[in-house]
Write a new protein. Structure first.
Length: 379
């Protein structure tokens, strides 16, 4: 009888290990499939689920170099930064320093806000709230990708034209005033724009009395032991000497460009998959901002089919996005470098990583969905 019990126990352990091994193999296969694509030169992937007992970390590069990458290398996260900038605004609200409904003119100098939003001869600059900036409902243009009035290059193109230029936040705001037009009256639409997150970063600096990167380090990086994270061109990580992973537009490698200073409050974060998941877990467990504040920030509004946007955070429904029968949803954010940070509540699973290639940014959602379906089938 005792021998039978031991046999059953060993069989159960073997089956469990086999199932876990299969998940690892299947996910690595999905990872390798991405890396085999001609345009992809390197990739990072980290899947973490305490509920499912999963913690898979992968990193590899096809580029022959003296510095081979590992899972500990930091990478450019681009717009995932918005989650931290929005959280910083939430921290300031929790500290009683501001409210989401405050008009931005209460916290920024008149020289910056004057003529910021002029439409059909009427100025709406004084009507813009912090909430409008957080949720992309201010109507302000995007200095990165919107078309200029005089058809001159927008800033995303200027990054490649003058790679040694250092952009100040004030220059970027002035660029939108002089070169672009607002899209709608504040609160009357949705338009994703980094201009808003430059303004939010300036508000954080004005109210806190310290720089954005110092705020991140004091209130986010240090408390959460995000020792490999920093703001590109502005600060250094707490404890790592590993170089940032190369990332590309076509075959142009951008990581050393000084012009990336234009990507700041809305996209300047450099981090690792471990640090990103550490941040998002703390966010979801109300260790960064109060639960009440987090729920305010997840007041979803329609962005596009299958996607909704809160305050610096996005919600994805694969049922609507892919027109399929599934309950799988995500909250999190992506970046233009094909970086991603997602949490799936249904499977209690975090997925973070990057393909380090601008042209691959739209394909990451399919990769994440395939990963989650694999976990769903095996769990």
């Amino acid at each position: 009888m005792k021998n039978n019990a031991i046999l059953c126990l060993l069989l159960f352990i073997s089956i469990s290990c086999l199932g876990q091994h299969t998940i690892d193999e299947d996910i690595e296969k999905l990872f390798r499939t991405q890396l085999e694509k001609e345009s992809i030169k390197s990739a990072f992937l980290h899947i973490h689920s305490k509920t499912n007992g999963i913690d898979i970390q992968l990193a590899d590069s096809k580029i022959n170099s003296e510095d081979s990458i590992s899972t500990n290398n930091p990478f450019y996260t681009a717009s995932i930064t918005k989650m931290l900038t929005a959280s910083s605004i939430g921290i300031l609200q929790d500290l009683g320093k501001l409210n989401f409904d405050d008009k931005i003119v209460e916290h920024l100098p008149e020289l910056l806000t004057e003529h910021l939003h002029v439409m059909d001869g009427k100025e709406y600059s004084k009507d813009i709230t912090i909430a409008h900036l957080l949720q992309h409902t201010s109507g302000l243009p995007d200095y990165f990708t919107d078309t200029t009035i005089d058809e001159s290059p927008n800033i995303i193109n200027q990054l490649l034209i003058d790679t040694n230029k250092s952009w100040s936040p004030q220059e970027m705001i002035l660029f939108t005033k002089e070169k672009m037009k607002p899209h709608f009256v504040p609160g009357q639409g949705y338009h994703y724009t980094d201009t808003e997150y430059v303004l939010l970063a300036l508000i954080i600096e004005k109210i806190s009395g310290i720089t954005l990167h110092e705020f991140f380090q004091r209130f986010i990086f240090q408390p959460l032991e995000m020792n490999s994270s920093y703001i590109n061109l502005k600060s250094s990580p707490i404890n790592t000497n590993l170089k940032i992973a190369d990332f590309y537009v076509g075959d142009i490698e951008l990581s050393s460009f000084k012009s990336l200073s234009a990507d700041w409050g809305g996209g300047g974060l450099v981090s690792t998959t471990r640090d990103l998941i550490q941040f998002f877990k703390a966010y979801n467990e109300d260790k960064i901002i109060k639960k009440e504040t987090r729920l305010q920030m997840q007041n979803w509004m329609h962005e596009t089919i299958g996607m909704q946007y809160g305050f610096g955070i996005r919600k994805v429904s694969f049922k609507d996005l892919l027109n399929i029968e599934t309950d799988i949803q995500l909250i999190g954010h992506t970046g233009s470098t094909a970086a991603f940070l997602w949490y799936c509540p249904q499977l209690d699973t975090y997925v973070a990583g990057t393909l380090n290639q601008l042209e691959a940014s739209k394909s990451t959602l399919n990769l994440v969905y395939d990963i989650l379906k694999t976990i769903e089938k095996k769990s």
